[in-house]
Design a protein around this ligand. Sequence first.
Ligand SMILES: NC(=O)c1ccc[n+]([C@@H]2O[C@H](COP(=O)([O-])OP(=O)(O)OC[C@H]3O[C@@H](n4cnc5c(N)ncnc54)[C@H](OP(=O)(O)O)[C@@H]3O)[C@@H](O)[C@H]2O)c1
Length: 433
Amino acid sequence: MNDHEVNVGILGLGTVGTGVAKILLTQSGLLKTRSDLNFKLKAIAEINWNVKRDLNLDGIQCLTDAKQLIADPEIDIVVETIGGYEPAFSFISEALCNRKHVVTANKALIATRGRELFKIAKENGVGLLFEASVGGGIPIIKGLREGLVANKIESIYGILNGTSNYILTRMHQDGLEFEEALKEAQVKGFAEADPTLDVGGGDAAHKLTILGSLATSSTLDFDSLYVEGITPITKLDINFAKSFGFTIKLLAIFRALENGLDLRVHPTLIPNTHLLAAVNNELNAIFVKGDFVGNTMFYGPGAGERPTGSAIVSDIVDLSKGLLLKEGEPSSYLSIDPERRMELAPINAIKNRFYLRFFTYDKPGVLSKISGILGERGISISSMVQLETHEKDNYVPIVLLTHKASEEAMEEALREIDQFDFVKDKGLRLRLF
Ligand SMILES: NC(=O)c1ccc[n+]([C@@H]2O[C@H](COP(=O)([O-])OP(=O)(O)OC[C@H]3O[C@@H](n4cnc5c(N)ncnc54)[C@H](OP(=O)(O)O)[C@@H]3O)[C@@H](O)[C@H]2O)c1
């Protein structure tokens, strides 16, 4: 039996911080049995103590100044659940410099400034773990870091944003338009008042940067990712996708190609027969292919107080094992090498199958002009649907599915097609799985 006590401090007692506190306060016996360590929630720093919380904080230091917690020599592990870039970055780096291990759920920070933070952690011989930053309660980081350590990761396909997945599910299952589904998601608490980061693809891109970094043991440049969100998708597109046997999902894609890495986030038509097409509502799933294991899928709740708290506590237990090492004994917390950089393949060279939707004036010759432009660039059509118009303005939707073509060829073709006077607005281009 071990009597070692691990003192934990939490910065920010919001949704995630509260989940962590609840687990540390109620599951200490279970954690002791499984790790042979005693975990003690010693202090919490929170700027707003006026919020009513369902927690008994007797015996815990309740602070308003995060720096006081970070400076406390008795705290072994600091949990950062404030979110955002600053002061979170300064707090984490200060804690690491004070030789404390840090656990964070902050995907935006890890994706954009992880390189700097991992360096500071390495220099100070401490760990910085981030299981909760991707997939909430799903142990995907540990899955990649440990379970699949023997594999070269060939591809990752992830449904990583619960808000977008909830909206797309409502559009598919209840025939809602995007705006109606978004409002419903906001009422149910699945979407923020400002949903830009979720529906615009930025949040999934943060998470993809982290998964790509783990898959390649390097740090990737978040700004280089190709990102499209779900806002242009209409009920009409959902119905067309359904008629072709597809479900539209916001997909985060990682592929290790010969000429570099392919990292993209965009709405994707997934065949209804694929497991990812059945991942609905606010749930997340990550489909990973390793060269030895083959295909694997991780599935579960991607957010929320309890699942995210569960992920953070797994990191706390992981890091606490390092506290038992004797001074000078080597420890290894790093699965990402901050000095190692990987190049992304240029998006133009990537080949995809496409879904194209145009509104065109209902007159003869329109289709042959569109297919002519596509044909000039070697893009061949695999299926096509044209609806009859009942609308006063006489514009009809035309939808085409193509065989594989390069992104560059498609970009050029769309630029030309959008110039035709019979094309209303801009055409919509989605990719097929
Ligand atoms: N919510 C989820 O399900 C989820 C899932 C995965 C990852 N995450 C990530 O987890 C992090 C936290 O998210 P959350 O949803 O828990 O956010 P949240 O509910 O807004 O909690 C953040 C808490 O930190 C407090 N705070 C702000 N500045 C502070 C400071 N300087 N010192 C101490 N406390 C401070 C906030 O107080 P005020 O409210 O007064 O500002 C709030 O109580 C984010 O990085 C997020 O991306 C969240």
